[in-house]
Structure formats: C-alpha cells, structure tokens
Design a protein around this ligand. Sequence first.
Ligand SMILES: Nc1ncnc2c1ncn2[C@@H]1O[C@H](COP(=O)(O)OP(=O)(O)OP(=O)(O)O)[C@@H](O)[C@H]1O
Ligand SMILES: [Mg+2]
Length: 493
Amino acid sequence: MEGTPQDIDRVVSNQRSLLETIPEMVLLVNNNHWVEYMNPSAKNFFGDLCRQVINDDPLNQNTLSELLKIVAKTIQENKVGAPLETAFGQSHIEYTLAPFRGYNDDSLYWFFIRDLTDYKKQLDELSSFHNNIETILSHKINELKESERTRQKLASELNSLKEHLKEQPAEGKMVGSSRALSEMRSMVFQVAKSDATILITGESGTGKELVANLIRESSNRNDKPFLKINCNTINDSLLESDLFGHEKGAFTGADSKRKGKFEVVDGGTIFLDEIGDISPRMQAALLRVLQDGDIIRVGGNSPTKIDVRVIAATNLDLALMVQNGTFRLDLYYRLNIINISIPPLRERKEDIIDLTTHFIRKYRQAFKREINFLPQSILDRLLLHNWPGNVRELENVIQRAVLMAKNNMITENELFFDTQPGNNNQTPQKNYLQRIDGRTLKDMVADFEKDIILYSLEKNHGNVPQTVKQLNIGKTAFYDKMKRHSISPKTLK
Ligand SMILES: Nc1ncnc2c1ncn2[C@@H]1O[C@H](COP(=O)(O)OP(=O)(O)OP(=O)(O)O)[C@@H](O)[C@H]1O
Ligand SMILES: [Mg+2]
C-alpha cells in the first residue's frame, strides 16, 4: 500500500468504520488459522474468538473448532471468491474467502459470512408450502380427473341410452309414411280394440306378423297371453290336439286329458299364421271356435266355452282357394270379418327410404358399424328394384350391406339382392312351396338345384369357373349337373 502514514491511517479507519457497521459478519484469519479480527456482527453471532485457541468454555470450544475447521478446509482447498454454504450448529451460513495482504506483508484471509438461517427457514417454509400446494393441487387435479372420468362415463351412458332410446321405439314399429301404409296403420288402431277376428293378407315379407303384433299390443288383451301358431309347420292331428286339447285315450299316446292352446290362452289372443295351409278337418274345428265360441277336445264330445281372439294371416289368395274348393267358404267369411291387406312394397315405394334408414340404424347398432352415408346411386337402385320379397328382402339386403360395408358408407359392392329385378310377386321360396303338390322330394330338390345353377350362371353371364367358385362346388360335379339338367352356359351369356 502506498501513500503517507496519514493516508494509510485514514484508509484503515474508513475500512474499520465500514466493517463496524455492516450487517455482514467479517473475520480476518491468519495463516495459522487464528482469528485476528471480528467485526461486531461476527462477534454477535459467534462470540468473541479473536486470537483464541480452543479454551475451556465448551460452547466456545465448539464454535471455535467448528469455525476453524471450515476456515482450514477452505484455505486448504483455496476456494477463494466463491460463496459457499454450510450448516453451522443450528444455523446455516454462507461464507466467502478472500486473501488479504497484511500490514506486515503477511498472508491473511477475510471471511465474509452471512447468516442464512432465517432465509433458509423461510425457504424451507416456502418449499414445504409449495409442496403442500403441490399436493393439494395434485389432489385437486386427481379429483377433477376423476370427476371428468365420471362425467365422460355418464355422458357415454347417456349417449348410448340416447341411442338406445332412439332405436327402441322403432323396434316392432311399422315404419313407412306412404299413404297406403298410413291408411293401413290407422285401420289397425281402429279395429284393434274390438274383439273381432282379423284376417291379415299380403305377400310374403310385407309385415303380416308385425301387424298381428301391433293389433295385439293395441288391443284390450295386451296384458293377456298371446300365442303364435304357424299352421303349416304342424301335422294335422297334432295341430288339432295341440290347439283344442284331447281327452284321455283320444289317440295312441294320449295317456291323460290335456288342455289345448285355445284353452290355455283363454282371455288372450291367438295368431294363426299361414292359415291357408290348414287341413279341411282343422278348418271345421276352427269354424266352430269362431262361430260358437267353444271347442271340443279331440276324443271328446262336449263343448268347452272359450274366450280367445283370433288373428289369422296368409299370403295365399283365400278367395281363390274357396273357388277351387280347398278352403271353406263359411270359415273364410268368419275369418274375413275384418281384412287388413298389406300392399306389396313395390306399390308403396315411398316407404323404401324410411325402411332403408330404419334398417341401417338397426343393423348399424347391432353390428357396431359407423354407417352414416348412403349414396344417392344406391338409393336409386333400391327404388328401382321391385322387391318380390318385400320388406323382408329389403331388410336382408341392408343387413348384409351394413355388415359388409368397409367404411362408413354402403357402396355397390355390398349390394346384393335376394331376387332378380323384375321377378314375379312371390319369393322363390313361396314358388317352391306352391309347387309341392303331389311331387316327390327328389324331383323338387332337383328342380331347386336346376334353378340355382341357372340363376347363378345367368348372374355370371355364363362364366362357369366363376359360378363354380361362388357355389363352392367341384368343376366336374358342376358340369355333370349341367348335363343332367340340360343346361348350356352359352345360352346364358
Ligand atoms: N313396415 C315395416 N316396418 C319395419 N319393419 C318391417 C315392416 N314390414 C316388415 N318389416 C320387417 O320385415 C320382416 C318381415 O316381416 P313379417 O315377418 O311380419 O312378414 P310376413 O308378412 O309375416 O312374411 P311371411 O308371409 O313370409 O311370413 C320382419 O323382420 C319385419 O320386422
Ligand atoms: Mg309371417
């Protein structure tokens, strides 16, 4: 240091007064780790340790030895200038080491120390507060997530419920807004409440069973039993005893008296489907029910009163059958008190759009498909077709299309009609049934086989390999069959 002794004294005294007043703690330590100087803040914190070696005071001993350890370590590691931090007893300090050349040119060290205890405490408090907040927030976030999950679950339940509700009323409902169907619908509701016998007529697949269900649902007997009997599936004697019951010993196997369906359903409704197929004997028994309101059990002779409403359905022309003598006129009159005739689909093409939408919705839900688009070209094709299989055919076409559709749209590729456009009014199935009379099963199966081969070849424009593939039959076997049925693919091109 240069200058006059007065200059030096002035600087030293200025330094000293600075050191005496600042809140930071300052220590001057010599090479032997003796504390040469402590400012008041330092003394206040550590006690006066100036020029002390470890003495007898245990508190002082601890403080001093702890401080000297820090001093020694820092000097040894020469960590000059960088603020360091350490715990000191219960406190926490930050200290910085700086070299100081002494008045006698000896090497000394300044220790600038700050007590960070309060600051640390505040930091800890802040961090624990922060942690608390974090915990609270994460709880809250979890709660929110949970309630969001609940909300989503409820929303999805609500959606599926909505879907469900949207679908529910449509099920079993007569879809269609054509004039013919509207008139028929209002007739159904008009006659349902009476107990009158109703004959439902219409081609196959027009919805006769659906109408029977509607009549019963809208009748006063809607909470009473409802029995459906398909007259063409049960053989004559069984059907009779099944319907009217039998007395003990009425026929072989009749070990005991048994109530028939008419008696069991007493008070309710019986739906006799395919009524055109019942035998003359059954026709007589049924006439009795409708005329006198009683039945006679098979093998019995006393009548039993019953209260059953009869709904019958057929796709045959009963009037024609009466003319041919295959259906009783008196029964026909009794059945035909009220006739609900369902027009074929080709006569009410306005219904095709409604029905198509209805079936898309039904099968979209059933097959979990997202079909929501039906190109106009497809609709045009549906409108062009003349639907010999009626609503059932349309339902089949749509069901297949929805199942096979690739994206959210039905295309030409998924459109397969059950019947060729321009076919006659009856489904092929009904054609066969009407051609049953007097023919052997073998002949009928052969006929059916021939028709399938012709139909498939026609569809494939006479292409045999393609037809063989579609029908999944061996080529040789197929040629054999063609020969047997005298079919030449050339004529079908
Ligand atoms: N208007 C309609 N609305 C909705 N579905 C209909 C309608 N008409 C018919 N269907 C449906 O078409 C299918 C055929 O109907 P249904 O069985 O009642 O015909 P059907 O006249 O009794 O035929 P079949 O003479 O061959 O017994 C059923 O799945 C039915 O639900
Ligand atoms: Mg039916």
